[in-house]
Write a protein that binds this ligand. Structure first.
Ligand code: BDP
Length: 713
């Protein structure tokens, strides 16, 4: 072999793969790849030459690191850290610590922005054109920096900036359902990212990147462990580990919270009771809380699942949810900590429709919770279904601080195998009108505290993060994490605008594919509803795993875990009568909403079977029978996935090859499973309707027995 051949072989084996290194998704939406638009690149390079962080804010180091990394990537150059104002300078500081910022006299503008808001402004200082990023507090500076970088990542015109932004909700959290043994309840992206065994000594660099990613979308807290909580997390074995994480997260404005078990005083405290009114129990919680704050002075507080699905709670001692929450609130109060008390409570009593129970359990306690308690309510009246009406509790507790709980992990939406862009679901709930104070009282406005006397506001998302390289398993799962953060900052953003940002940041430089990817995302949630639970059907997934269809599930540990409980299919028809002639769940909504749901003519067809039991021959708005329409939806869902597959093909060559193939393969799986859902459900419901699958639709190629046996895990 001659010299050139050896060199060529060397290049082929070692150098080329490095330069073509595929995108493993680890960098999330913070890619910072070089902008491949020469004009823009040139204009950003001229506009931004240095940055100057004045006054040494506590997070100066992380701001500096982010800016250097971002500019090096985006513009392909090191931008200098300056020591004074110069032309093309990005000036960063708070008026309290920066004399330059103070000199700008922008106190009035800043006054509106609170502790976390920011201002980005193009200004001329000493005849030098600069960009100012300022805020009242240090965390606001970091949010401002990430916002500014997002403008460049999404290739906006930044010539004359004048941007004010402040979060509309205060508490913006991820809820991890991570167990101490590394498993993740309803997690589909590998095991937990918290390596409890290696902590506190080993700090995986991932922890920092996790904090960066959260800060970049404005998430300001994280509950590290499962709501089905193992009390060991509060012992001296674990608290140093929790502290180590809190220390990594702090510069990114991310506070740490813990899910706590109500029976911890018994399980780890050696007491005989966990009665919230027992002085020894109160003393135990006080001491434990003080101990936690010794480790973590800015600890956020507790999340509690009590008296639900077998978890202990105050009702075990004849006390109320308010008694339990307020006891914890009292011990947290001196430290400025908060309690997030979940409203996801129901019992196994089949006499009462499950959808009624959260409202009935909490409504009587409106105004009874201490001011550092937030009642955390799942978006729907049951449980994170592909489509649910909004929880009536949002309109029903005007004297309580309420927060939203969304599920980012796709427990009921195909796990990390299905591409389902959840911002469409989130937006639908947030923009639903509760009518609590007349038209326009949207869930979003309720959450923003516009109609409550409660002082706190918030939103939580049950995390879809695990230790897979790309964090979320499905590359598009990242969009759901991103959008939950963006909506917690501003619940009035649209799913479409968030998709636009995410695509441009995640697939930099794919101008020609942005529309195709957006089309897929915007179609995806309705597709899933169609092939899983159209027309208001719900909770008909396989037992326990919730993966794949299970409308036939008729034996379960409790009656309201059976699918048959929810769909009520029989020879007459299908659906749950929740009108005034049935369980009267409609009665938990305000009159305009109640009346709309009560009548079949006004009930939105996409929720029809949630509220009504109707004959198979019931005539839909389309003129078709209910049976025909149900079939059409199931078939449409599969067709939509097939369309998504075709659209994805058009992105070939534009998006990174590794991601292209991964998504292509996942869409193929999704198509297969959508067919399983469709065939399983259509064949099963047909045993009641006894009507044929409408002409023109392909007949399922396997019998019902086949689908009943199949496991989709
Ligand atoms: C249900 C999940 C279960 C959770 C529960 C909850 O199946 O794993 O523990 O929600 O939110 O949907 O507490």
């Amino acid at each position: 072999m001659n010299y050139y051949k050896i060199l060529f072989a060397y290049l082929l084996v070692f150098i080329l793969p490095l330069s073509l290194k595929a995108d493993d998704g680890y960098r999330l939406w913070l890619k910072y790849d070089k902008i491949n638009n020469a004009t823009l690149l040139n204009s950003y390079s001229t506009a931004y030459k240095s940055y100057y962080i004045e006054g040494n804010p506590a997070n100066a180091a992380v701001i500096q690191k982010e800016l250097s990394m971002a500019f090096k990537g985006l513009l392909g150059k090191d931008i200098k850290q300056g020591k004074a104002v110069s032309d093309g300078c990005i000036v960063i500081g708070t008026p309290a610590s920066s004399t330059i910022i103070k000199g700008l006299k922008i106190d009035k503008e800043l006054a509106k922005l609170g502790d976390e808001g920011f201002l980005i402004k193009t200004v001329v200082i000493n005849k030098k054109k600069c960009t100012v990023i300022t805020a009242n507090k240090d965390n606001g500076l970091l949010y401002g920096v990430f916002h500014f970088l997002r403008l460049i990542q999404t290739q906006q015109n930044t010539d004359e900036l004048n941007i004010e932004s402040a979060p509309k909700l205060q508490v913006r959290l991820l809820n991890h359902w991570d167990n101490l043994d590394g498993s993740v309840e309803r997690g589909y992206a590998g095991t937990s990212i918290w390596n409890w065994d290696a902590l506190p000594a080993t700090l995986d660099p991932k922890y920092t990147d996790y904090a960066r990613a959260n800060a970049s979308v404005g998430i300001n807290g994280t509950v590290l462990n499962n709501v089905n909580s193992n009390p060991k997390i509060m012992t001296a074995d674990y608290l140093p580990k929790v502290k180590a994480l809190a220390d990594v997260f702090r510069p990114y404005g991310l506070k740490v919270y813990l899910s706590v078990s109500f029976s911890a005083p018994i399980k780890i405290g050696g007491l005989k009771t966990a009665d919230p009114l027992d002085p020894a129990v109160i003393e135990w919680w006080k001491n434990k809380t003080d101990e936690i704050y010794k480790y973590i002075p800015d600890f956020g507080g507790f999340l509690v699942k009590a008296n639900s699905e077998g978890q202990p709670g105050p009702q075990d001692y004849g006390r109320t949810h308010a008694d339990g929450a307020n006891m914890l609130a009292d011990v947290l109060k001196p430290h400025n900590g908060i309690v997030m008390w979940r409203a996801f409570v129901y019992n196994s009593n089949p006499a009462e429709d499950r959808t009624l129970q959260a409202y009935n359990s909490f409504k009587p306690f409106d105004g009874k919770f201490k001011d550092n308690v937030l009642v955390q309510i799942k978006n729907g009246a049951i449980d994170f279904q592909p489509r649910e009406p909004f929880s009536p509790l949002f309109g029903a507790m005007p004297n309580t601080s309420l927060m939203m709980e969304f599920q980012i992990t796709q427990e009921y939406l195909g796990s990390s195998k299905h591409l389902v862009y959840l911002a469409s679901l989130f937006e639908e709930t947030l923009q639903s009108d509760t009518y609590t104070k007349g038209k326009g009282s949207t869930v979003s406005n309720v959450l923003q505290g516009k109609y409550t006397t409660g002082k706190l506001t918030g939103m939580a998302g049950v995390s879809n993060i695990g230790n897979s390289v790309n964090w979320t398993g499905h590359p598009f799962g990242q969009a759901n994490w991103f959008s939950m953060g963006r909506l917690a900052w501003d619940p009035d953003l649209t799913a479409e605008s968030i998709a636009d940002e995410w695509i441009k940041m995640t697939f930099p430089n794919v101008k020609n594919a942005v529309d195709a990817i957006k089309t897929i995302m915007m179609q995806s949630r309705e597709a899933a509803v169609n092939y899983m639970t159209p027309l208001g059907l719900h909770h008909i997934m396989a037992y326990n795993t919730h993966q794949g269809p299970g409308p036939w599930v008729d034996t379960a540990a409790q009656p309201n875990w059976k699918s048959t409980y929810y769909h009520n299919a029989d020879a007459n028809g299908i659906g749950f009568n929740r009108t005034s002639t049935g369980s009267d769940a409609v009665g938990q909504y305000f009159p305009p909403v109640r009346d709309m749901f009560e009548k079949t003519e006004t009930c939105p067809e996409n929720l029809l079977l949630w509220f009504h039991h109707l004959k198979w021959t019931y005539k839909m708005k389309s003129g078709k029978s209910l049976w025909d329409e149900l079939c059409q939806h199931y078939y449409k869902g599969v067709d939509e996935v097939r369309t998504m597959q075709k659209t994805w093909e058009t992105t070939k060559g534009s998006v990174d090859a590794e991601i292209f193939t991964k998504v292509k393969d996942l869409l193929a799986t999704q198509e297969k499973e959508a067919v399983i859902w469709r065939n399983g459900c259509v064949l099963y419901f047909q045993t009641f309707s006894k009507m044929p699958v409408p002409a023109g639709l392909e007949t399922p190629d396997k019998p019902l027995s086949y689908y009943k046996e199949l496991k989709v895990d």
